[in-house]
Design a protein around this ligand. Structure first.
Ligand code: SF4
Length: 413
């Protein structure tokens, strides 16, 4: 079991729910936020033996910037009391532009944050309305400028494509205005209509129409080309950064390094197991108050899980899957899987690694699923050849596992 060098703290409150959001977050007015913070600090203290030297702290949610100064100060003080930080940790807070002004930003800088992740999503009022965002472009622009004035030089902004009513022209305009703000990091997400959200219901009832596939494709390439032309490296499927400005925290996830997630619905990984907390905010608070566990589930990773995660997570990044990270058996099976003609032009391989091409990144879900199922098929064939008399029902229940692993409680950045 390895100690976590990255901490994720989930603050599950927002002003109101965005139309597309299926994260664990609820309007802050529904809860006693101070009581939640006391419970969160108790969890941080209880789990302190899981933390190693902390090199990355990420307050996500939700909208952590919505908490009162006293609450944010309590959380940061608790972390400082309990954790040993590296000499130069990355300390990020997610924020909605409507919750920021220069005074608030100076306060956040003063209590130790050195990286701001600002959810802008779009510059267009009609798109922000469909998304149910509470801010407008003027507030977003002001928030980035204010953050710079408050001393933040590590600013990330989020943008979305694939919004109902959006076309490539509108997306290019959003990208152009974001680039003008000179953030060091830009996350560009494709909007998905998740079941259970108002957006999903709107799409089902035909109130909203998501852009067609060709339009999504065009927007993906626009982002790749415009951001690359301005010096941003497309280092992960949805993330771009200027040189040296990759998000250290999210790299922990892609590189399968241990992290601890605290707060409702937060996920943790200790090198051997993945675990998560319950996602019911009220229950989370009352369980902590009565000194009971808030763990929801724990999965001990099998050898199969480990190589699948290594392939799945590695392929999301520009660095790809490194040969040294896989056994010779898996690498050989992967080389065979890559002979599938459906993967032509979507992956590039050399002696040391396998990476997705630009088009491979666009189609990453299908490409990764094809590679994983191809590896499984070749492993089964290899095993059958080595043990020709074995009973076929003794083979591992590979079909019961999803071909494509999902990210594990990753923040929205
Ligand atoms: S998308 Fe972000 S800001 Fe909107 S409700 Fe969800 S967590 Fe809150």
């Amino acid at each position: 079991m390895q100690k976590a060098g990255a901490l994720y703290i989930h603050i599950p409150f927002c002003v109101q729910k965005c139309s597309y959001c299926d994260f664990c977050s609820e309007p802050i007015g529904n809860y006693d936020a101070e009581r939640f913070v006391r419970a969160l600090c108790a969890e941080i203290r209880q789990r302190n033996d899981e933390f190693g030297m902390v090199d990355s702290l990420f307050l996500g949610g939700g909208t952590p910037s919505l908490l009162s100064e006293a609450s944010i100060r309590s959380i940061m003080q608790c972390l400082k009391d309990v954790c040993i930080f590296s000499p130069d940790p990355e300390v990020t807070i997610e924020a909605n532009p409507a919750t920021l002004d220069e005074k608030r930003l100076r306060f956040l800088r003063e209590v130790g944050f050195n990286r701001m992740s600002i959810g802008i999503q779009s510059i267009h009022a009609n798109e922000l309305r469909v998304l149910g965002r509470i801010h407008d472009w003027a507030e977003a622009e002001a928030a980035v400028h204010d953050a710079g004035r408050a001393g933040f030089d590590n600013i990330s902004v989020d943008a979305m494509y694939g919004i109902p009513g959006q076309d490539a022209g509108a997306w290019i305009e959003t990208l152009r205005r974001l680039i003008e703000l000179k953030p060091v990091h830009i996350s560009a997400y494709e909007l998905t209509a998740e079941p259970g959200t108002p957006l999903f219901a709107g799409v089902q009832s035909r109130r909203y129409e998501l852009p067609h596939e060709e339009s999504i494709e065009e927007m993906f390439y626009c982002a790749d080309e415009m951001l690359s032309a301005h010096g941003y490296e497309h280092y992960e499927i949805s993330n771009y950064a200027l040189p040296g400005r990759r998000c250290r925290h999210n790299m922990t996830y892609w590189q399968r390094r241990p992290y601890a997630g605290l707060g409702p619905a937060a996920h943790s990984f200790n090198g051997l197991e993945r675990s998560s907390n319950i996602d019911d905010i009220g229950r989370y608070i009352s369980l902590i108050e009565t000194a009971q566990s808030v763990a929801a589930e724990t999965t001990v990773l099998s050898d199969d899980d480990i190589w699948k995660e290594t392939v799945f997570l590695g392929l999301r990044t520009i660095d790809g899957v490194c040969r040294a990270a896989l056994s010779a058996e898996i690498w050989t099976a992967m080389e065979k899987a890559l002979q599938n003609e459906r993967l032509q032009g979507l992956v590039v391989t050399d002696a040391g690694s396998l990476r997705l091409t630009q088009r491979g990144r666009l189609l990453s879900n299908e490409v990764i699923a094809t590679i994983l199922s191809g590896i499984e098929k070749h492993l089964r064939a290899q095993s059958a050849a080595a043990h020709p008399d074995s009973c076929r029902f003794d083979s591992p229940p590979a079909r019961n596992r999803p071909a494509q692993q999902q990210p594990f409680g990753l923040s929205q950045e």
